[in-house]
Design a protein around this ligand. Sequence first.
Ligand code: NAP
Length: 369
Amino acid sequence: MNQSRQYNVGVLGATGTVGQRFIALLAEHPFFTLHALGASARSAGKPYAKAVAWKQTRPIPAAARELVVHECDPEHFKDCAVVFSGLDADVAGEIEQRFRLAELAVFSNAKNYRRDPLVPLIVPLVNTAHFAVLPQQQRLHDPPLSKGFIVTNANCSTTAVVIPLAALERAFGPIESCMVTTLQAISGAGYPGVPSLDIIDNVVPYIAGEEEKIEWETLKILGGLAEGDDGRTAFDMHAGTPLRVSASCTRVPVVEGHTECVAVRFARRPPPSPQQVREALQAYTSEAYAIGCPSAPRHTVFVHEEPDRPQPRLDRDYQAGAGVSVGRVRQCRVLDVKFVVLANNVAIGAATSSIINAEYAVLKGIVGA
Ligand code: NAP
């Protein structure tokens, strides 16, 4: 799909860990133009370069340096076709609602609306079909909306596991059970995150709320859409073949890139072999890539044959952080097959997902029509 028009975009939480990744990616985007930035009162009124404690390896892009950071008031964003949110969850709920009410299209990384029955939770390499609920979100909003909506993307640790699960369900039908143990990077907690004295030379076997997020979000993302008795569309939460997900989450001394050890049991008997699983993962493609979203990776999943990959330091930038890396695909003596997946938590786990979702919305005429 050809896209020649330019669209102004805004970033809320522009000074944070996810916000900085948004700035770095959007400064080079083929059809999004950085137009407005928002953060807290601590940052408001300053040029971006003065407001931010920049932690990216590349310099602050010229397109953002002199943009003045505003408080998160929709008035400053009214010329934006798309608003990305990397806001802290403590404030995202109220601020994103104000932006939606102001008829702005909000693409959020925060957890606040992920469980809302009218808000799609979209990992763009998996379930773009869920964009179909947006007209209902607008119609049932009080007051009804014509352009404003909220789309969320998943928690970073959910994103890592749900992409290979989607690939396997597409090839082999429903998965019945999934056990996942995460080794999550410290950047997943934002800046400054976990104190160095707690994380260096250590593993922290608890991340508040994280296991519940993986176990619940996976069902919403992998489930389909169902027509309710009242004629409304609802997320079916993988109801047809119930999927049980059990997650154990740990924080490890890695800066970027979540590693997750996954074991699955398929509904289908006999289950696919490890080699069939490898081939299905490698062959998986997304609709987002097929329709031409520029940030969607051509190869969604890279399957390593080496026994000691994927590793965060070596593999987190696969496809500019937009793809995921899988390795160690082998038989599981308890479930059917097990493997290790690595995903960049701030790229496909956060900002890149939001950006692909917005690209998809533009290319499908959902925004900017
Ligand atoms: P972060 O580094 O702590 O950044 C938080 C941002 O929110 C900053 O820009 C901050 O602005 C802004 N903010 C805080 N209080 C505010 C207020 N009262 N009004 C307006 N803005 C305010 O957090 P993060 O890691 O980037 O995470 C951002 C969101 O993305 C969170 O909801 C998180 O759960 C989610 N997420 C994070 C990751 C990840 O890997 N880090 C992955 C997926 C999802 P100031 O600089 O002005 O304080």
